[in-house]
Design a protein around this ligand. Structure first.
Ligand code: F6P
Length: 365
């Protein structure tokens, strides 16, 4: 059967991550193989608005499976609120007009939560779209997992491993700040895999006394070092400014906030009287080559997108449900964030190996 989609545009938007090039390759090779033209749009939605595009041929998507970042470039620009010469403008109509001018039947958007919302807005304004869930944060609704997460978790785990040897040599506590925006998946996954002694997540506001008691208890058992994995969105219990604090990396009232790892290290040092250091992994977590798991996931999601495009299935996100790649209506994804639920099995796993999760937790059967 002939493909229902003659031409697609593909863009990558939001923070980059390992696996983006593998996903572009998966979509492009599957689409090209069924006779669909593939146009690469540069620098996310900004490239769509500015009509900066390139025809992608096989040579452009060969040899990129293992490379980090996105060769198309990315930006955090949104079509409906785009900075243009000093003012923010609604460029939705321009974005759609450019898609039409280039005969794009469906715009394929690779991105996280912001991208899912922007794609939904374009769909509501009349453009057909299809999305893939990309983010190291693993916080996109409608999918068990996002690509980029596994690679980032591997990097953060290796960092925790390395912190262990130096913390142990100096008998120190080391606080390690891990990305994840307002979700704790990355800190929890890497914290368990790296054997962190304390894991602090946005989903469980931490009680400093509880954390300090755990660290002191470790000392009593002659464990003279500790590793504290802290999600960048972690917040203390009873924090009046909690809503503001849960905006990692952002400016609040013109002031850059103190990194959460620095704050936690200071709090622990003062309260427990032990020597503490902190480190923030930052964008190291988003760099470099994707893991085998992410290469496989990106390729599966990308090629499934190719199948859906062939059949003319639009306005969905390609997600993972168990062992399957599934089409999830975009309306069920956009505007929803998947945080770590209170009864998630990983939390119980962490508790069973005596990892402090910042506060007392009761697991319901
Ligand atoms: O969403 C991915 C992410 O890396 C978050 O974990 C983090 O909060 C944010 O992006 C950092 O954004 P930027 O690269 O714009 O500083």
């Amino acid at each position: 059967m002939e493909t229902k989609t003659k031409t697609i545009g593909i863009l990558t938007s939001g923070g980059d991550c390992p696996g983006l090039n593998a996903a572009i390759r998966g979509v492009a090779k599957a689409a090209q193989g069924q006779g669909t033209k593939v146009i690469g749009i540069l620098d996310g939605f900004r490239g769509l608005v500015e009509n900066r595009m390139m025809m992608l041929e096989d040579k452009h998507v060969s040899g990129i499976l293992t490379t980090g970042g996105t060769f198309l470039g990315s930006s955090r620009d949104k079509p409906h609120k785009m900075p243009m010469g000093g003012t923010e403008m609604d460029m939705t109509e321009v974005a759609i007009a450019n898609a039409r001018k280039n005969h794009i039947d469906c715009l394929v958007c690779l991105g996280g939560n912001g991208t899912q919302k922007n794609a939904m807005r374009l769909h509501e304004a009349g453009l057909d779209v299809l999305t893939l869930p990309k983010t190291i944060d693993n916080d996109v609704a409608g999918t068990d997992i996002t690509f980029g997460f596994d690679s980032s978790m591997a990097i953060a785990t290796e960092a925790i491993d390395r912190l262990h040897t130096t913390a142990s040599s100096h008998h120190r506590a080391i606080v390690c700040e891990i990305m994840g925006h307002k979700a704790g998946w990355l800190a929890l996954g890497a914290g368990i895999a790296g054997g962190a002694d304390v894991i602090l997540l946005p989903e469980i506001p931490y009680d400093l006394e509880h954390v300090v008691a755990h660290l002191v208890e470790r000392r009593h058992h002659n464990k003279r070092f500790s590793i504290i994995a802290v999600a960048e969105g972690a917040v203390p219990k009873n924090d009046k400014n909690r809503a503001e604090r849960a905006q990692p990396q952002e400016e609040v009232e013109g002031l850059i906030q103190e990194p959460v790892a620095s704050r936690v290290a200071r709090e622990i040092q003062q309260a427990a009287g032990i020597e503490v250091r902190y480190t923030s992994l930052g964008h190291v977590q988003r760099g470099g080559s994707p893991t085998a798991t992410d290469r496989l996931l990106s390729t599966r999601l990308g090629t499934k997108a190719g199948e859906l495009l062939h059949d003319g299935v639009y306005n969905v996100m390609v997600g993972i449900n168990g062992n399957d790649c599934v089409a999830v209506p975009l309306a069920e994804v956009a505007g929803h964030t998947k945080v770590v639920p209170p009864n998630h099995p990983w939390l119980k796993t962490a508790a069973l190996v005596d990892t402090c999760l910042g506060d007392k937790i009761e697991f319901k059967e």
